[in-house]
Design a protein around this ligand. Structure first.
Ligand code: SAM
Length: 320
């Protein structure tokens, strides 16, 4: 089971920093997000779509401070690249799987703060509609897009990927970049998400997909580490995505497992927490910082034991 909301028990500078940058309103917003993120776990024992949004509302400032603007694992293709390069390579790979080009109207579901959309719109010249359930990420995403000078190409809207506002067969390509496990908090939602993508995609259109999945169920202790670091339970991530897509009538055109090439993400994450230990201790308080560092070191062992990271190119057939 989850722990008490960390923001509420944190004795460090977390709220002090928020107070400095966003005042009392910012602090109240973060406390509200911490409660919204944890209440469903206490009362119904699992996440809800709203609590996932609240989780991203809460962590976005800190994630940007420590890791940058991408909310996904790095793809260390050669093994020698830096963290930023590996994060960009993951976006690049999913863009390739979505078969992008300059004429395409692209939907990026669970678009983070728009960093992948900015990278791909620059690279391909396509137009991208980002959808995100986290109001805070939408706000920061719009700022980032405006700063990039790509407001004519990229639009970010608040919304739920399980109830898209796009009309039937109106989208050429979909980016589903490390989000499916965040979007789907129940088994039924996995089918719902695939149905929504099928509905909005034009016949012949492609999806670039990547996500962490589990192939076995972790122990209770392992689940504790997963919840604390990733706000997921491993059990929720047990999914055969290719089989679900095929069942709906999609065709899997390409399939890879990049888990081994993502594992260095954890070396980088642990290194950031160690190199910036004083700042981390000050921000969250020593007790939470130590627990986070301990659980962080457990995550790669858990992933090696149970996980895979499929990257897929999926097509809606031309004749449906
Ligand atoms: C792991 S992050 C990946 C973000 C982005 N694709 C990237 O790679 O930087 C997951 C994202 O999915 C969003 N999300 C979660 N549930 C969602 C839902 N039901 N509808 C839309 N977005 C959702 C989160 O707010 C977050 O931005």
């Amino acid at each position: 089971m989850p722990e008490r909301p960390q923001i509420v028990v944190a004795k460090g500078g977390f709220l002090a920093e928020t107070y400095r940058t966003s005042g009392l309103t910012g602090c109240l917003r973060k406390i509200g997000a911490a409660l919204s993120m944890n209440l469903p776990l206490w009362f119904i024992g699992r996440r809800t779509n709203r609590s996932v949004g609240a989780y991203f509302d809460l962590i976005t400032d800190d994630a940007r401070l420590f890791y940058g603007d991408c909310f996904h694992f790095g793809y260390f293709k050669a093994g020698t690249e830096g963290f930023a390069e590996a994060l960009a390579a993951h976006t690049d790979l999913v863009g390739e799987m979505a078969r992008l080009d300059h004429q395409k109207k692209v939907l990026d579901i669970g678009c983070g703060i728009g960093a992948p959309a900015i990278q791909l719109a620059k690279q391909y010249g396509c137009s991208i509609l980002g959808v995100n359930i986290s109001g805070e990420q939408v706000r920061q995403g719009r700022e980032l897009v405006a700063k990039s000078g790509l407001s004519n190409k990229i639009t970010i809207s608040e919304g739920n990927a399980l109830a898209l506002t796009a009309t039937d067969s109106s989208i050429d390509s979909i980016l589903c970049l490390e989000v499916a496990g965040d979007i789907c908090v129940t088994k039924e939602q996995k089918t719902k998400l695939i149905d929504e993508m099928y509905r909005v995609l034009k016949p012949g259109g492609s999806i670039g997909f990547s996500d962490l999945v589990f192939t076995g169920k972790p122990s209770m202790d392992e689940e504790k580490a997963m919840r604390m670091i990733l706000y997921h339970s491993g059990a929720e991530l047990v999914t055969d995505w290719p089989a679900l897509f095929e069942k709906r009538g999609f065709v899997i055109q390409e399939k890879r497992n990049i888990l081994p090439q993502t594992m260095k993400t954890w070396d980088h994450t642990v290194a950031i927490y160690e190199e910036r230990a004083a700042e981390v201790d000050e921000r969250y308080g020593k007790a939470i910082a130590n627990k986070t560092r301990r659980y962080l070191r457990e995550i790669p062992k858990i992933l090696q034991k149970y996980a895979a990271f499929p990257v897929l190119s999926i097509q809606k057939p031309l004749l449906v």
